[in-house]
Write a protein that binds this ligand. Sequence first.
Ligand code: SIN
Ligand code: CO
Length: 397
Amino acid sequence: MTSPSSLPIEVRGSAKQPLGMSPAQFLRDYWQKRPLLIRQAFPDFVSPIEPDDLAGLAMEETALSRLIIHDENRDRWKVKTGPLTEKDFASTPNKNWTLLVQDVDKWDADVAGLLEHFTFLPSWRVDDIMISYAEPGGGVGAHVDQYDVFLLQGLGQRHWAIDTNPDAPKDFRPDVELKQLATFDPDHEWLLEPGDMLYLPPGVPHDGVAFGGPCLTLSLGMRAPSRAELTGDLADYLAERLPDELRYTDPDLAPAKAAGEIDKAALTRLREAMPFAAALDDVTLTDWFGRFITRYRSAQMPVPPEKEVTSSALGKQLEGGASLLRHPWARMAWARGKRGATLFVNGHAYPAAARLAEQLCGEREFTPGQPIAEDELALLLALVNDGHLIARKGKRR
Ligand code: SIN
Ligand code: CO
């Protein structure tokens, strides 16, 4: 196995080997692992599309396009999403702007033809070919992408800067909708000519700026669903196929020891009901189920008090013998944790002492013992201010 330090970051391609090496070697050493600049990945490359065609496409109703103009002096970025108009193009400055159009491979067969060079990847892994046209200084600013990308220079020159440091900060600039990086400290820079190609795995900070004259860059982006998307879709898929009669069941139920507790037996039953979730640890399964079951079939939401109650005001009321009435629409459950417990109320989770959580679940009207501990008061205050508990003077007999 080749050691990472001996792997070059720059290689030369050829008509036979656009990656400058075999696909197997590229996949082993670079794919999803490290960036690679391939000089002349496509020797004598001629762009399959002209800038004017790209502008025409950006005016189509259903094409996804963006016009990005950078005001260098004020470091302000203006983003206009398509469909764009003749007027938009007529009003662009003579530098520092770029037009990006996604999915150009779906509109243009010559552009789609480029994909034939990437058949070493599963076709379903390829998302689209996005093409950017930029005037000198134009770009989208330093950013990271969450998917692999091959950036092929089509026309003119582009200056690329990347940061290969895996620990590079990834915070966004708060003022720009383009998810640009707040800090960017590149350690590699190149000027790309037509036919040169830069491969970037996910998460590598990069910034490409058009240099000298008009610049066209084709970027072949991969499809990398987030785990959140995979999980959400799998859940929908499974749910659609499960008959309504299959329910949470507990024929083994023993008399409840503690009011409202989600106990170990309940977790075991949940794992049986959802075998695909059996690998979830107790903490995650409980946290999800506690939130879910206290929301489930609840038709109304408790409404917070008009004026937020202060800690000292509630403390005084409770010391004066006031009780706390559970809002009729507040549904509660609780579970023991490694440290203390969690009280679930209408989909929310509150850290709580087990004793108090059990008491709140068991008593519709609750009078705290005296003196009231600080953490106890903090929980009661949160529940009052979220509308789950209502303070009432004196105790009803
Ligand atoms: C561009 O072509 O301007 C941006 C492509 C990218 O950085 O992903
Ligand atoms: Co990018």
